[in-house]
Design a binder for this molecule. Structure first.
Ligand SMILES: Cc1cc2nc3c(=O)[nH]c(=O)nc-3n(C[C@H](O)[C@H](O)[C@H](O)COP(=O)(O)OP(=O)(O)OC[C@H]3O[C@@H](n4cnc5c(N)ncnc54)[C@H](O)[C@@H]3O)c2cc1C
Length: 437
């Protein structure tokens, strides 16, 4: 009597029914431990989360403001990451080895919870590694992937250079050319790459160039530019809105000569692929699509990490800050915002984990679930960080409080690795089977 609906929802089902899930399972003779479906993390995964969180909390977060303000690459932090085994060939191989596919997104969420600019300085190299992994032979992987990271005592980074000033979303528009000099068994690259993470400061650059412009994106090939190659120079460094600790720059390729063996996958395979494309036969389009679907959940996990950081900060703040003699969280508008922020973050994480698991277990991405996860997580990160600013009021808009930086950092997640519009294009094509434009 007299209990409002709002008050009655304050009771857990245990209080209202007097029975726990275990009681109900017992009475039905069900064994709750035998569920074939589980969202529990394994002990190994819990340990990895704790380890990554510790590094993010003790090393990354305290350094975030400094490197964002300086807008410089945080070499000392990357070196520390290498020392604890967070950055390096072995650690990436170990994260990939998790048969559930979850270790990679779990580590990324924690690290980017610490700070996205530094997170990208640590994880930007994996873009180039993914490029080598998806196109290279085993020998090329063994030769180049370790050189992307360097060693614990001599840390290096790598860059993946695909985008150009006039071709980002439109990958068929790349103008950088690669011509084969048969007499010398060398490739000669010419062109300008734009927006390359680690561009110019990298030990190894992975470059996408066109070997036959008439074939559009089917005439592309991936090349490794070895350390110190003449004709591969950094252009203008980009002054950015967010992730400012991460280095982004143009890369100029002027008669850049590389050995024939630097064509990823090898010449024979390339010639076969070009011949097929010329005959109008389908080549590896589906495989390329699958590569993106597999890598996008990791990027989504980074966005989830930023969103979670801003949400946690705003929640704590709302429980402390008082106006009109009460904590601001006691106002429904604030509390509901926080409820929605938490709901959206959990929703994005579930999509990320599903896609990461699908990628690792070889499931077909029939609805472009990898793109879906990155799309949702990017949009959630932008929205949640904006709400966090609102909850902090004037303080939210000040650089003295971290949510302002988190909002700037979040925005890149609706732009790089395929903009939100491109993700929608990919998803709509996958679910309809129609070539939506
Ligand atoms: C900080 C940062 C780091 C980056 N790192 C790298 C990197 O390491 N390597 C690399 O290769 N690239 C990198 N990029 C480039 C990035 O991937 C591109 O900026 C992105 O793909 C968008 O391309 P664009 O900038 O040319 O935009 P455009 O393609 O010109 O798009 C402009 C707008 O038009 C929309 N649009 C375009 N085509 C369509 C369409 N068909 N349907 C609907 N909407 C459309 C887009 O969604 C966007 O809103 C980075 C960019 C930034 C900002």
């Amino acid at each position: 009597m007299g209990t409002t609906e709002a008050e009655s929802t304050d009771q857990s089902s245990e209080h209202t029914t007097g029975a726990t899930t275990e009681d109900i399972s017992d009475s039905l003779g069900l064994d709750v431990s035998e569920s074939p479906f589980s969202l529990d993390l394994s002990q190994d995964q819990e340990d990895i989360v704790e380890w990554a969180h510790g590094f993010a909390e003790k090393v990354v977060r305290p350094a975030a403001e400094e490197w964002d303000e300086k807008e410089e690459f945080p070499w000392p932090v990357v070196q520390e990451a290498a020392k604890i085994g967070m950055y390096g060939f072995e650690s990436i191989a170990q994260f990939f080895a998790d048969p559930s596919g979850l270790s990679m997104p779990l580590v990324n969420e924690e690290l980017f919870w610490g700070d996205a600019g530094i997170g990208m300085a640590i994880f930007g190299t994996t873009l180039a590694v993914a490029g080598i992994y998806s196109s290279g032979t085993n020998e090329q992987m063994m030769e180049w992937i370790p050189q992307c990271f360097g060693t614990e005592d001599d840390v290096k980074v790598a860059a993946f250079c695909a985008s150009e000033p006039d071709a980002g979303s439109d990958v068929s528009g790349y103008r950088t050319t690669a011509k084969y000099d048969e007499a010398k068994d060398e490739w000669v690259l010419n062109g300008q790459k734009a927006w390359a993470t680690n561009g110019g400061i990298a030990n190894v650059h992975v470059v996408i160039a066109t070997v036959d412009r008439e074939l559009g994106s089917r005439g592309h090939a991936a090349f490794v530019i070895p350390p110190g190659t003449k004709g591969c120079e950094q252009g203008a460094k980009v002054k950015k809105h967010g992730i400012r600790a991460s280095h982004t720059a143009d890369v100029h390729l002027d008669d850049c000569r590389i050995p024939g063996s630097c064509l990823l996958g090898g010449k024979e395979k390339l010639d076969e692929r070009l011949a097929k494309a010329k005959e109008g036969k389908s080549s590896k389009g589906q495989a390329a699509m699958k590569t993106f679907e597999v890598s996008r959940p990791t990027v989504g996990a980074q966005a989830v990490g930023i969103a979670r950081a801003a949400y946690e900060y705003a929640l704590d703040y709302a429980k402390e800050r008082e106006t009109w003699g009460r904590k601001i969280i006691e106002n429904q508008s604030i509390a509901f915002d926080l409820a929605n922020m938490k709901t959206e973050i959990d929703c994005a994480r579930l999509l990320v984990h599903r896609a990461a698991w699908m990628g690792r277990t070889g499931k077909d991405f029939n609805a472009a679930e990898g793109s879906m996860s990155k799309y949702k997580a990017g949009e959630v990160a932008v929205w949640v960080t904006e709400r966090a600013i609102q909850i902090l009021g004037g303080n939210g808009y000040s650089r003295e409080f971290p949510v302002e930086r988190m909002h700037r950092d979040a925005k890149i997640y609706t732009i790089f690795e395929g903009t939100s519009e491109i993700q929608q294009l990919v998803i709509s094509r996958a679910i309809s089977g129609i070539h939506i434009k």
